[in-house]
Design a protein around this ligand. Structure first.
Ligand SMILES: Cc1cc2nc3c(=O)[nH]c(=O)nc-3n(C[C@H](O)[C@H](O)[C@H](O)COP(=O)(O)O)c2cc1C
Length: 313
């Protein structure tokens, strides 16, 4: 099955602890091409674990959360297929993505995420099994390798394409690098030249100019944005404007506060916890006048009324 044709070139990266329903809708309102769930354990979903289901929290029928992708992690093909079929039936996502990139030790210890990059036959087995059973496009998202001596992304991309994956997202850092150094966009270019399915470039897009440069330098079909979207979902509008007109509006304090107000409205509507709401407000205020002090004051807020007072909303 083919990757969907998206209304914008910029996609929201899956982010654990960040991509709640309100945040995804907000990114969509700013013109994001597709939103992702945070990664969810396939093994937990296969058991219909309620905490895992709650994490997905998808408004599957709401147009303002479409198109959307669900990301799964795990290492057992049977459990992953079970979870993917459950997700397909319950949420009808536009894409189901599989995580080959999480470097967190609790995931790697389970043999999932980045750890799978050392088990190419297992990757093939997982992708083939999911593609055979699903009626939903199945993609993979990976890092470039485990460490600088084992850069396997190109080989893994070829394996995934042959196994039927509909697209490949690559964040070209190794597991060992975590977030240090720079993403090596050359790896994205190599993969784009080697496969025929869409390639989504990811890593170190902090401004609209970076998105344009990544597309130009690598030829990737789409770009995926994580940390910059965490600070400001407005980046999607800016990327869209920059790719179309080569200019965009910079974000001032007033626009940020308007965005925060919109997030608070959505967070209430979609029952986002106050803890998460505060985390978002703290990152949304980065770059604002007096932001360090503001972040501290937000962290001390006990309820929404206090939060609104601190933000002057
Ligand atoms: C807080 C946080 C949570 C993340 N959670 C996930 C995840 O659940 N699944 C995943 O594939 N990547 C996850 N990532 C990685 C991002 O999707 C992305 O690949 C990475 O941040 C590089 O993109 P960026 O430079 O635009 O941030 C996470 C990153 C951050 C910062």
């Amino acid at each position: 099955m083919n990757y969907p044709k998206l209304p914008s070139k910029a996609i929201l990266a899956p982010m654990e602890g960040i991509n709640d329903s309100a945040f995804r809708i907000l990114c969509g309102q700013f013109g994001c091409g597709m939103v992702f769930s945070e990664m969810v354990s396939a093994h937990a979903l296969a058991r219909h674990n309620q905490a895992a289901i709650k994490l997905l929290d998808l408004n599957s029928h709401a147009a303002d959360e479409r198109p959307f992708g669900v990301q799964l992690f795990g290492q057992d093909p049977e459990q992953i297929v079970k979870a993917a079929l459950f997700v397909e039936e319950k949420y009808s996502p536009d894409v189901i993505d599989f995580n080959l990139g999480c470097p967190a030790s609790q995931i790697v210890k389970q043999g999932a995420g980045c750890a799978l990059l050392l088990r190419k036959s297992r990757i093939k087995e997982i992708v083939e099994a999911c593609v055979a059973k699903l009626n939903t496009p199945f993609s993979v998202k990976m890092r470039s390798g485990v460490d600088s001596k084992h850069i396997v992304a190109l080989e893994v991309a070829r394996i995934c394409e042959a196994a039927g994956a509909c697209a490949i997202t690559v964040h070209p850092r190794t597991m060992k690098q975590a977030y240090s150094g720079k993403a090596d966009w050359q790896v994205i270019k190599q993969i784009k030249e080697a496969v025929g399915i869409p390639v989504i470039g990811n890593g170190d897009i902090f401004a609209p100019e970076d998105a344009e440069r990544m597309m130009r330098q690598t030829g990737c079909d789409y770009v995926m944005i994580g940390r910059a979207a965490m600070k400001s979902p407005i980046i999607f509008q800016q990327v869209n404007d920059y790719l179309r007109k080569h200019k965009y509006k910079h974000t001032g304090d007033e626009a940020r506060l308007k965005m925060i107000k919109a997030y608070l409205f959505l967070a209430k509507k979609h029952n986002v916890s106050f803890f998460r709401t505060k985390i978002h407000c703290q990152s949304f205020t980065a770059g604002m006048h007096g932001s360090a002090q503001l972040r501290n004051r937000i962290s001390l807020c006990k309820d929404e009324a206090e939060l609104r007072r601190v933000l002057g909303l």
